[in-house]
Write a protein that binds this ligand. Structure first.
Ligand code: HSE
Length: 421
């Protein structure tokens, strides 16, 4: 089985190298020799970590008759969509790790692919076979929820900040050096990469349509050492979470940093590791853990798709052959989210400020669960206040945040984070 690799960066080079290095094993497992015969790159002068032949002429590779599967690792959305569509129209199989492509075009690609194999295991959580879990292993279940840490870069940064007191910028730089981050790291830290992955999983679990613009996405950029201080003091860790769940007849999808109690399994997922918990109505809770980024972990997932194609195993791309009943469900409106909340406020430390804030909270249905005041030793008329609430409605929290922002005694933009226990 001849393979062309479109995009020979960190992952592409690893795909070629593992196919060569583990050739005997892969041939035994797949029943065919899987050969990377050509790679396509934009810049032929850049040194590459592999010995396969390279070209910068993508069209000549698309037009070749001797290629059976195309591995798309180009990055971006529009150009890969054009290229992959053309390949599928030619009836050739595709394997991709491109979550942004799928976040926007998965249903169109499914229609185009029909019976042509289309693998995308590497698009979510790197080396964790979570697509297979949802599409195959748990296919008997109604999926009640998916909860995950699905961005290695953000988890690496948050872990370095929590455990090592490392500054945000330094941790990001290190993640980039280690090859975890996206070309544009705002995708990682802004939550967009996680949102792309969540949409892919939710389309298998629930058949939900929707683009990243339709769901709640918040990143980790505003987390400060004061939040880390509060989390440590109150036995929480901070994680960038992806959450999908059924809420009566709606589907709730959201991505944001959250305070998670230290004793939860997901709180122990550190560094570049990812984890996804899936609750099914028959199986109960299952949890999957593994490396979420990095060349060889992602290449491992790409090659598992190539092996499935060589074995001629056919799966419906998104895991269903007829529409799912749940596909009628709409996305839950963001204002209707219900969870617990954390606030950090920098205020003037003077008479009546705390009373005004707690009154405002009670007038807007927010019940306080815990409170901490951290005086500023250097500047005595300032203090940082931390509150957590009992389960509240997002609309109430947003209203309170808006009012607080306008108060004279509030010094900085108030900060809010959700608590997932
Ligand atoms: N930049 C991604 C991450 C790579 O950090 O998880 C895998 O999608």
């Amino acid at each position: 089985m001849n393979v062309a690799i479109l995009g020979v960066g960190t992952v592409g080079a690893e795909v070629a190298n593992i196919l060569i290095k583990n050739q005997k094993l892969i041939t035994a497992r797949s029943g065919k020799e899987i050969k990377p015969i050509i790679g396509v790159v934009r810049n032929l002068n850049k040194p590459r970590n592999t010995t396969i032949p390279l070209t910068d002429d993508i069209q000549s590779v698309i037009n070749r008759d001797d290629i059976d599967v195309y591995v798309e690792l180009m990055g971006g959305v529009n150009e890969p969509y054009r290229v992959v569509s053309e390949i599928l129209k030619r009836g050739k199989a595709v394997v991709t790790a491109n979550k942004a492509l799928l976040a926007y075009h998965r249903f169109k690609l499914q229609n185009l692919a029909c019976d042509t194999p289309f693998g995308f295991e590497a698009s979510v959580a790197g080396g964790i076979p979570i697509i297979k879990v949802l599409r195959e292993g748990l296919s008997a279940n109604h999926i009640l929820s998916i909860n995950g840490i699905m961005n290695g870069t953000s988890n690496y940064i948050l872990t370095s900040m929590m455990n090592g007191g490392v500054k945000f910028e330094d941790a990001l730089k290190k993640a980039q050096e280690l090859g975890y981050a996206e070309a544009d790291p705002t995708f990682d830290i802004g939550g967009f990469d996680t949102a792309h992955k969540l949409l892919i999983l939710a389309s298998i679990a629930y058949g939900v349509h929707g683009n990243p613009e339709d769901i709640l996405i918040e990143g980790i950029e505003r987390i400060t050492k004061e939040d880390i201080f509060f989390a440590n003091d109150f036995e929480y860790v901070i994680k960038l979470l992806a959450i999908a769940k059924r809420v009566s007849d709606k589907i709730e999808l959201r991505v944001h940093p959250a305070l998670v109690p230290k004793d939860k399994m997901i709180a122990k997922v550190d560094g570049v590791m990812n984890a996804v918990s899936v609750i099914g109505d028959a199986v109960g809770e299952t949890m999957f853990y593994g490396p979420g980024a990095g060349g060889s972990a992602t290449a491992s997932a790409v090659i598992s798709d190539l092996i499935d194609i060589a074995r001629e195993i056919k799966f419906p791309m998104l895991g269903y052959k007829a529409p799912l009943e749940i596909m009628q469900a709409e996305l839950l409106e963001q204002d209707k989210i219900r969870t617990k909340y954390y606030f950090r406020l920098k205020v003037e430390d003077k008479v009546g400020v705390l009373a005004k804030i707690t009154n405002l909270m009670s007038e807007n249905n927010l019940s306080i669960d815990s409170f901490l005041q951290k005086p500023n030793i250097k500047k005595e008329d300032d203090a940082t206040l931390f509150f957590t609430t009992h389960t509240s409605l997002e609309a109430d929290v947003k209203r309170v945040m808006g009012i607080l922002k306008e108060q004279e005694f509030v010094k900085d933009e108030p900060f809010m984070m959700r608590i997932e226990s």
